[in-house]
Design a protein around this ligand. Structure first.
Ligand SMILES: N[C@@H](CCC(=O)N[C@@H](CS)C(=O)NCC(=O)O)C(=O)O
Length: 214
């Protein structure tokens, strides 16, 4: 299997399935297509009907959305620990992932993921502040309930944590306000060897995209 990703420094959607596959122990190759460069859109469109990354290639099959890629891997490799075991908790975890997948647009557009950013505060508007408060509430509530079971939002690492990893980077790099429990959670995610690997590779990238440098 091959996962097509964008710039590691900026492509938050690419990080989610990459981290999930890595943490799940699935074997795959990574191919990077730098975004917003000459010819990059045409190159992505050769494989991805949406013209976006990430995209997973498995033989003749192309899967072109971060959540669909993770769900496909769960099916393909019977990854039983991707979601919490308990049905009610699984429903909550799915709601939290869906909230990320379809929302938090103010935060995402105003404070871009930028792995290389030297941590410092930045300006954001009321809509982004509401997103930040909501994410802090999710993390604080989950850690309050499940921290005894492990380092992730539902205890053991799960798909939920991969989905929130780019936001963890934003909280860290923009020093966003949050509870101590939420800060401890961010430290857990940032300490993951796979996260360190991604961040180190991002630091080595040469491209600078001014539209994502806040
Ligand atoms: N819903 C998609 C979003 C993918 C997306 O927006 N990818 C961005 C990179 S992070 C992209 O490919 N941008 C390039 C473009 O729009 O030309 C997913 O979950 O995979």
């Amino acid at each position: 299997m091959q996962l097509l990703i964008g710039n590691r420094n900026y492509s938050s959607w690419s990080l989610r399935p990459w981290l999930f596959l890595r943490m799940s122990g699935v074997a795959f190759d990574t191919r990077r297509i730098p975004l917003y460069a000459e010819g990059s859109k045409a190159e992505i469109l050769k494989y991805s009907p949406s013209g976006k990354v990430p995209l997973l290639i498995d033989g003749d099959l192309h899967v072109w959305d971060s959540l669909a890629i993770c769900e496909y891997a769960i099916d393909r490799f019977s990854l039983s620990r991707a979601w919490p075991e308990d049905r009610a908790e699984r429903a909550e975890a799915r709601s939290i992932v869906a909230e990320m997948h379809s929302g938090f647009t103010a935060l995402r557009s105003q404070l871009s993921m930028n792995c290389r950013r030297v941590p410092a505060v930045a300006k954001f508007d009321e809509a982004a502040a509401a997103d930040i408060e909501r994410i802090d509430a999710i993390w604080t509530t989950c850690r309050h309930r499940f921290s005894k079971r492990g380092p992730g939002l539902f205890g053991e690492w799960s798909l939920v944590d991969a989905f929130y990893a780019p936001v963890v980077l934003r909280f860290d790099r923009y020093r966003l306000p949050c509870s101590q429990l939420a800060r401890d959670y961010q430290d857990n995610v940032l300490a993951l060897p796979a996260m360190q690997e991604w961040i180190e590779a991002a630091r080595l990238e040469k491209e600078i995209l001014p539209q994502f440098e806040v």
